[in-house]
Design a protein around this ligand. Structure first.
Ligand code: J2J
Length: 537
C-alpha cells in the first residue's frame, strides 16, 4: 500500500536524481551505514547508546511491530519527548515502511485528534507520563474514531503487551527491513499552519535525506560533532537542520536535553563537551541572562557553533552572540514544508548578523512575488515563493488549501515577506500568513478563533500577534462578547477543549466590534497597531 501524496513532476524528479540530490536510499540508511560502529550515537541522561545498539533497538522494535501485523503504507501517531526512544521509534517505523506523525510533547487532545483524523493511524506510540495517557480514556476515544488503530504502545509503562520497553526487548531474529520506496512518503512533518486544522506535510525519503546531507555539508558536521538537542526532538529544525539526523549521518554524538533552559543545558554542555546546538531567539536571550548571573562562564567553553532560527533574530542580539558565547553564530531560516536557508560558516559577520542565509541547494528556486503572484524586481520585499528538491508539493489531503498555497508552476508560497540580495541571501521582514510566531512556536490564528467561537459568551474573535521583548511575539485575542467573561475562564475553556498550552492567548481584549478592511475581512493590521499604541502609552 502506498500513501497518497502530491508528487514532483517527472521532469523535475529526473533532474533531482540526475544531479544526485535524490539517491533512492531510505532514511534508515542514516543509521544502518554505521550499524557496526561502537561510537556513541546518543546520550539521554544516564543512558548511552552506540550506533550498533541504536540500530539493534530499532530492529527489535521493528520486528515486534511486524509480528503485530503492521505493514508498509500503514501510519502511526507518535508522541514522545526528548528521549532516546523518540529516535528508536522513528527508525523502527521507517524500517517497516510505517509513516509516523511525530506530535510535539506540548500537544494535547485537540492536536492529536486533528492528526489522527487525517492519517487514521494503525499504531499509537505515546508516553504514560504525558497528561493525556496517564489513563486510557483518550486512548479509548482514539480507538473509537480510528478503526485501523490496532497497536498501542507506551513509554514509561514497564509491564504488559503495550509496554514499549518490552517490545524493544525481544530479539530481532531473522528481521529484514522493508522501508517504503525512497520516492514514497517516509513520514509526515507538522505545519506551523495558518488555517483551522493543523496541516500535515508528506516528506519522502529522497527529499528529506537530501536536505539532511546538504545541511551536514554546509554546517560541517562530522564524527567530532557533539550536538545538544534542546528544542523538541520532533521539530523539523533540531531533527534535520542538520539536527539529530544530520549528526547521526555524520557519525557524531547527540546529547538530549529535556528543555532549552540554561539550568538544564549548561551542565550538559560542560559534561559532554557539546560543540554545537540549535536554539530559538528567546532561548538565546535567556542563556545570555544566565551567563551574566554566573561568574564562571567556562561551562560553555566547548561550544563552537550556535545555530539560531525558527523566528526573527534581531541584528543587535545576533551581533552580541560571538563575544558572549565565545562561538560562531549561524542563522537558520527553515520550514517544515522544505526550504532551509543558512548563513555559511565563512560568511562575513555583517551577513551573518543581518540576513537569514541562503538556500541549501543550487536548485532551490526562490523568488519574490507581489500580491498578484508576479515577480518583483531584485531587492524588493514581497512573498517568498519556492520549489526544489526537498520542498513538498502539497499538504496531505488538502486540495482546497493547496490551490491557494501553490502557484500554477508548483511554487510554494510560505507566507513570509522577504527580500533577496544579489548573492541570494534572504532577509525575513515579516509575514503575511495568519499565524503568530511565539518564540518559534507557531500558532494558527484561525484554529484558536474557531475554538473561541464555540464559547457561548463569544460572538466574534480575532487572534493577533503582539510584540514581546523576550518572545518576539505573544498572542492577543480580541473578542466581542454577549456578556463579560474573564480571561481565566476563557483560558480554562480552551484548556478543556484540549489545546496545547502555548496556543492559549496571552491576553484578551474585549471590543464592541472588530475593525474591517474594505473587502469586509477583519483588519488585523489595525488590531496590531492598536496593541502597539497601547503598549507605547
Ligand atoms: C524569521 N522567521 C523564521 C528565521 C523560521 C530550520 C529552522 C526553522 C524551522 C522552522 C525549520 C526563521 N527568521 N530565522 O523547519 O528546518 C518562520 C518563518 C517560516 C516558519 C516555519 C528548520 N526561521 N521562521 O521554524 O515549520 O515564518 O520551521 O515560514 O516551525 O517559521 O516554521 P516551522
Amino acid at each position: 500500500m502506498k500513501i497518497p501524496f502530491t508528487r514532483w513532476p517527472e521532469d523535475l524528479a529526473a533532474r533531482y536524481r540526475a544531479l544526485g540530490y535524490w539517491q533512492d536510499l531510505p532514511l534508515t540508511d542514516i543509521l544502518t551505514r554505521h550499524a557496526d560502529s561502537d561510537r556513541i550515537a546518543l546520550i539521554d541522561g544516564d543512558q548511552q547508546l552506540n550506533y550498533r545498539q541504536l540500530n539493534q533497538a530499532a530492529d527489535r522494535l521493528a520486528a515486534s511491530l511486524l509480528r503485530r501485523g503492521l505493514a508498509v503504507g500503514d501510519t502511526a501517531l507518535v508522541q514522545l519527548g526528548n528521549q532516546a526512544e523518540f529516535y528508536i521509534v522513528f527508525f523502527a517505523l521507517l524500517k517497516i515502511g510505517v509513516a509516523p506523525v511525530n506530535a510535539l510533547f506540548s500537544h494535547q487532545r485537540h492536536e492529536l485528534t486533528g492528526y489522527a483524523r487525517q492519517i487514521s493511524p494503525c499504531v499509537l506510540i505515546a508516553d504514560r507520563q504525558h497528561r493525556l495517557f496517564t489513563d486510557d480514556v483518550f486512548v479509548d476515544e482514539l480507538k473509537q474514531s480510528c478503526p485501523r488503530l490496532s497497536v498501542c504502545l507506551f513509554h514509561h509503562q514497564e509491564q504488559g503487551d503495550s509496554s514499549l520497553s518490552q517490545m524493544t526487548a525481544f530479539p530481532a531474529d531473522g528481521f529484514s527491513p522493508s522501508p517504503s520506496a525512497a520516492d514514497e512518503v517516509a513520514f509526515f512533518q507538522l505545519s506551523g499552519g495558518s488555517t483551522g486544522t493543523p496541516k500535515l506535510i508528506p516528506r519522502t525519503h529522497n527529499d528529506y535525506y537530501y536536505s539532511i546531507r546538504g545541511s551536514v555539508d554546509i554546517c560541517r558536521f562530522d564524527r567530532d560533532t557533539r550536538f545538544l538537542c534542546a528544542l523538541p526532538a520532533a521539530h523539523n529544525y533540531p531533527l534535520s537542520s542538520p539536527g539529530a539526523l544530520g549528526v547521526f549521518y555524520a557519525a557524531g554524538q547527540v546529547v538530549l536535553a529535556s528543555d532549552p533552559s540554561a539550568t538544564t543545558c549548561f551542565g550538559l554542555i560542560e559534561q559532554h563537551q557539546v560543540n554545537v546546538t540549535a536554539l530559538v531567539p528567546p532561548a538565546v536571550s535567556l542563556w545570555i541572562q544566565a551567563l551574566q548571573d554566573q561568574s564562571d562562564r567556562r561551562s560553555l567553553a566547548s561550544l563552537r557553533l550556535l545555530q539560531v532560527g525558527g523566528a526573527r533574530l534581531s541584528p543587535t542580539l545576533a551581533a552580541s552572540i560571538p563575544a558572549v558565547f565565545g562561538c560562531q553564530l549561524q542563522q537558520v531560516f527553515g520550514m517544515a514544508e522544505g526550504l532551509v536557508n543558512y548563513t555559511r560558516l565563512d560568511d562575513d559577520e555583517q551577513r551573518i548578523f543581518t540576513t537569514q542565509g541562503r538556500p541549501i541547494c543550487a536548485d532551490d528556486e526562490v523568488w519574490v512575488a507581489d500580491a498578484e503572484g508576479n515577480p518583483l524586481p531584485s531587492g524588493s520585499i514581497g512573498r517568498l515563493m519556492t520549489r526544489g528538491p526537498y520542498t513538498f508539493r502539497g499538504y496531505f489531503q488538502s486540495p482546497d488549501h493547496n490551490a491557494q498555497a501553490f502557484d500554477a508552476k508548483g511554487f510554494y508560497c510560505s507566507g513570509d515577506l522577504v527580500s533577496i540580495d544579489p548573492q541570494g541571501y534572504i532577509t525575513v521582514h515579516g509575514r503575511e500568513k495568519d499565524q503568530i510566531n511565539r518564540g518559534g512556536e507557531k500558532i494558527a490564528a484561525e484554529e484558536i478563533e474557531n475554538l473561541l467561537l464555540t464559547h457561548p459568551a463569544i460572538i466574534d474573535a480575532a487572534l493577533v500577534a503582539m510584540e514581546d521583548d523576550l518572545m518576539g511575539e505573544k498572542s492577543c485575542a480580541f473578542i466581542i462578547t454577549r456578556e463579560t467573561v474573564r480571561p481565566v475562564e476563557l483560558r480554562r475553556f480552551l484548556r478543556a477543549e484540549g489545546v496545547a498550552e502555548f496556543k492559549l492567548p496571552d491576553r484578551f481584549e474585549a471590543l464592541p466590534s472588530l475593525p474591517l478592511t474594505a473587502v469586509g475581512k477583519v483588519d488585523k493590521k489595525q488590531l496590531r497597531l492598536r496593541l502597539r499604541q497601547k503598549n507605547a502609552s
